[in-house]
Write a protein of this length. Structure first.
Length: 299
């Protein structure tokens, strides 16, 4: 299966790492070039896009879209890791919280906000991930980062647990959102459960759990689960080229798109519908091949 190329969308179970899912796909496909977009903590489950073969070159385009999560935030107890795996650190009376107060508190975090990542995170400082400092008992305060939260919907609130749906940009930590909301309400909180339902243009409808992927492999149907590489850029405009221009793109040469109305990036296809690559706008009608795909790479 070494010629496979595309995206396998894994429904990552709770309790395993994202890297273990990459290792699983690498073992089942026999392809060495395998990577994933948007790491999920072991506590979290849900959509994990895994790129196989040449599709790994398109992972970067998955990172600029919104992600959607469904999360349980438990008020009344803070933890060292801001999730259910950490040690208890501070308690409060969640029974005093009113629904309207909870709604208002979450609403304050919608938009462009400054967010401090959790101490237990993979963000690196001086070449080492923050969680290594935390595990060694070294107190390091991560720098706040600007992130974007598009919306937060409260799906339910009972027994001190708020179930929310969050649509957010890259780099947003739902654990930090739980902690910060608790701090705003004067009642410590932590992330009790997290499930990602959308990421990189993929949803749970596209995803398969590890058992289903293994079963498909045993039945010789694993290639049927692979989604085409150009799914990574399906939200970009598309342009169709004749044979001569398609060959120019394949050779890495600039091409022109007359009367182009969009700048940025676009998808390039042959008149037969084969994915040629990703073009970046230069000036005027001139576009440059950023990523080039041959026929056996495009799925």
């Amino acid at each position: 299966m070494s010629s496979l190329a595309g995206f396998l969308i894994v429904d990552k179970p709770r309790g395993v790492t994202s890297f273990s899912m990459v290792a699983l796909v690498r073992r089942l496909t026999g392809v060495r070039r395998v990577g994933h977009a948007g790491t999920l903590d072991p506590l979290a489950s849900g959509v994990l896009p895994v790129a196989v073969g040449a599709a790994t070159r398109l992972i970067e385009y998955l990172e600029d879209g919104y992600k959607t999560y469904v999360a349980d935030v438990r008020f009344g107890a803070g933890t060292t890791t801001d999730d259910a795996e950490g040690e208890l650190m501070g308690t409060g009376d969640a029974a005093r919280l009113h629904l309207d107060d909870v709604v208002t508190a979450f609403a304050a975090f919608v938009g462009d906000i400054e967010q401090t990542p959790p101490a237990y995170s993979a963000i690196k400082l001086a070449g080492k991930p923050l969680y290594r400092y935390a595990r060694a008992g070294i107190e390091v305060r991560p720098a706040a980062r600007r992130v974007h939260i598009e919306r937060i919907d409260l799906l339910g609130f009972a027994d001190g647990v708020a179930t929310i749906e969050v649509v957010c940009g890259s780099g947003t930590y739902i654990r930090s959102l739980a902690h910060d909301t608790g701090a705003a309400l004067g009642c410590p909180a932590h992330l009790a459960a997290l499930r990602r339902t959308h990421s990189g243009g993929f949803s749970l409808d596209d995803a398969r759990g590890p058992a289903a992927i293994e079963a498909a492999t045993s039945a010789g149907r694993l290639p049927e689960l692979l989604l085409a590489p150009d799914r990574a850029v399906e939200r970009r405009p598309a342009a169709i080229f004749g044979e001569q221009q398609a060959q120019a793109i394949a050779s890495g040469r600039d091409v022109t798109i007359a009367r182009a109305t969009a700048a940025g990036l676009c998808r390039a296809y042959t008149s037969a519908g084969a994915f040629v690559g990703v073009l970046a706008h230069r000036t005027g009608e001139r576009w440059h091949p950023e990523k080039v795909f041959s026929g056996d790479e495009s799925g």
